[in-house]
Design a protein around this ligand. Sequence first.
Ligand SMILES: C[C@](O)(CO)[C@H](O)COP(=O)(O)OP(=O)(O)OC[C@H]1O[C@@H](n2ccc(N)nc2=O)[C@H](O)[C@@H]1O
Ligand SMILES: Nc1ncnc2c1ncn2[C@@H]1O[C@H](COP(=O)(O)OP(=O)(O)OP(=O)(O)O)[C@@H](O)[C@H]1O
Length: 287
Amino acid sequence: MTHQKLTLPSPAKLNLFLHINGRLENGYHELQSLFHFIDYGDTMTFETNASGKITLSCNIKALETDDNLVLKAANLLVNLTLNKVEKGVHITLNKRLPMGGGVGGGSSNAATTMLALNSLWDLGHSTADLEALGNTLGADVPIFIRGKSSIAEGTGDKMCTYNVHNAWYLVLTPNAHVNTKELFSHPELPRNTPKLDNNTLNYSGITTDLKNDFQSLVVKKYPIIAKALQWLLEYAPSRMTGTGACVFAEFATEQQAQKVFQQLPEELSGFVAKGCNISPTHQVLFG
Ligand SMILES: C[C@](O)(CO)[C@H](O)COP(=O)(O)OP(=O)(O)OC[C@H]1O[C@@H](n2ccc(N)nc2=O)[C@H](O)[C@@H]1O
Ligand SMILES: Nc1ncnc2c1ncn2[C@@H]1O[C@H](COP(=O)(O)OP(=O)(O)OP(=O)(O)O)[C@@H](O)[C@H]1O
């Protein structure tokens, strides 16, 4: 087997809105959410070899465990191949995205791994097959495999492509790790936002008709997130992504976003990024 090396971006997502429409029989929640990519995230390098082993090194040593979604994703793919003994890869993960931040870092890494190995090992799995496999690892993995901004429904597995207008985002990363599972089971969580018709839905920016149904509860439970959101709201319409902790404001130009970023007080941190309708991973892999 030839040794190949591939470096790919593993970007973040923002939930531009996130509605909870109901609870399914299996305890999972039915959601409707507009997923958009940004040109900021982790970087991953894949170096294939013939050792039959999958290894991972990461700039955050605590992430070098068998629980890492990267290793789980790689193992899922290897277990589907016939000549497992030959399939070796060393993966390097350079982590920039906050963990438990609602920007989908772990899910993005899992999806990037599946896309990279499908290509490097010439496995020939269709995107639909990879999405179904990815869904077993986490609800946000399929959207990163699809790689197109979409309105997702169900638990995130039903996706309808949706192109968002060009925009820049200032994302703040409060130092809080929100427990997604705990939040989903909270008695005060609103769970009955009516489902909107995807065909008539028009996202024109952060307005009050579309919202993040987790936001009020999270802001109440985590003062550090409330503070970051309050600060952003002084400058522009702002919202929380996923189950938090990250919050974002939208701007028409990079200059406007940078101008606000430069005024960020020392105790807050964040970054400026451009919205992308095609994920940066797909831009590199498929041109
Ligand atoms: C809220 C979102 O971040 C939106 O992007 C995602 O839907 C959550 O995706 P995720 O972090 O990948 O979550 P998972 O690891 O799949 O699920 C964590 C836990 O959240 C709950 N969960 C998750 C997704 C969903 N649609 N309904 C749920 O009730 C379940 O208790 C699950 O055990
Ligand atoms: N490759 C990975 N990168 C980051 N976290 C990982 C990874 N693999 C497993 N994890 C675990 O998953 C947890 C959640 O991390 P992640 O960055 O995916 O959260 P998130 O941004 O809130 O995701 P979501 O938006 O899907 O809720 C981490 O605390 C970590 O223990």
